[in-house]
Design a protein. Structure first.
Length: 255
């Protein structure tokens, strides 16, 4: 069994790789940080006696995404699990944030995920088995002033995944596609996005453990705590204008 995990150098991606290793999956771990990936490779191969393959890739370049797929296809033919975890964020007024950073967010959070999901899903459908988990956020269910690009990118991930889930159901496919929607998690995201969360942050290891378990159970939308499930409930029934109002002041405290 073989799984590919993007954004595996830290945080949720790293801990999902650990959870899959516990289940005896060989791994292809993808990120830009060579040292972090080598450390993870040594840890997992030594502890679980599996094979771990490193791919140093900048997924913000769509050509690299296609190249990654081609290399994996040539070397391994098929994979059993795809974890689309790589993601970026930024915080600030939309008129002030740098367009270059926002382009990188869109290219990583949306375009890379879309390309990898489509290419690997096509192969999984041919053999009629496999699992894909796209990592979104509770942010994907509401507007997010002062983090508008990030919130919008996660909304894309949620809706894309839900649409494909329905397509697969009508096809009676045995391929399972899930979307993980956590709240704040203790990762390097805060440093990269220039934010500091004021609400409680979950441990990435706990989030990863629950996410992998629910993915293999076929859960379509994965929340990893009752608190985040409750946030989703209120996001569904409250007016968007009120949610945007609340989010604005919540984000403002992060900057």
């Amino acid at each position: 069994m073989l799984a590919l995990v993007t954004g595996a150098s830290s945080g949720i991606g790293r801990d999902i790789a650990r959870e899959l290793a516990k289940r005896n999956y060989d791994l292809i771990i993808v990120a830009r940080s060579e040292n972090a990936l080598k450390e993870l490779k040594d840890e997992l191969e030594g502890k679980y006696k599996i094979n771990v393959y490193i791919k140093l890739v900048d997924l913000s370049d769509r050509k690299n995404c296609v190249q990654l797929y081609s290399e994996v296809k040539e070397e391994f033919k098929n994979i059993d699990v795809l974890i689309n975890n790589a993601g970026l964020g930024t915080c600030g007024k939309f008129i002030d944030t740098k367009i270059e950073k926002e382009e990188q967010i869109i290219d990583t959070n949306i375009t890379a995920l879309h390309i990898l999901m489509k290419l690997f899903l096509q192969d999984m459908c041919k053999v009629n088995k496999g699992y894909i988990m796209n990592v979104a956020s509770i942010a994907g269910f509401m507007p997010g002033p002062l983090m508008s690009t990030y919130y919008a990118s996660k909304a894309y991930v949620v809706r894309l995944t839900q649409g494909i889930q329905r397509e697969l159901k009508f096809q009676k496919s045995n391929v399972h596609v899930s979307v993980l929607c956590p709240g704040p998690v203790k990762t390097n995201f805060q440093k990269v996005a220039d934010v500091k969360f004021n609400s409680p942050e979950a441990e990435s290891g706990i989030v990863a453990k629950k996410a992998v378990s629910k993915m293999f159970k076929g859960r379509k939308v994965i929340f990893t705590s009752w608190y985040i499930s409750l946030v989703r409930f209120f996001a569904k029934i409250l007016p968007d204008s009120f949610l945007a109002f609340c989010c604005y002041f919540a984000q403002k405290r992060k900057i």
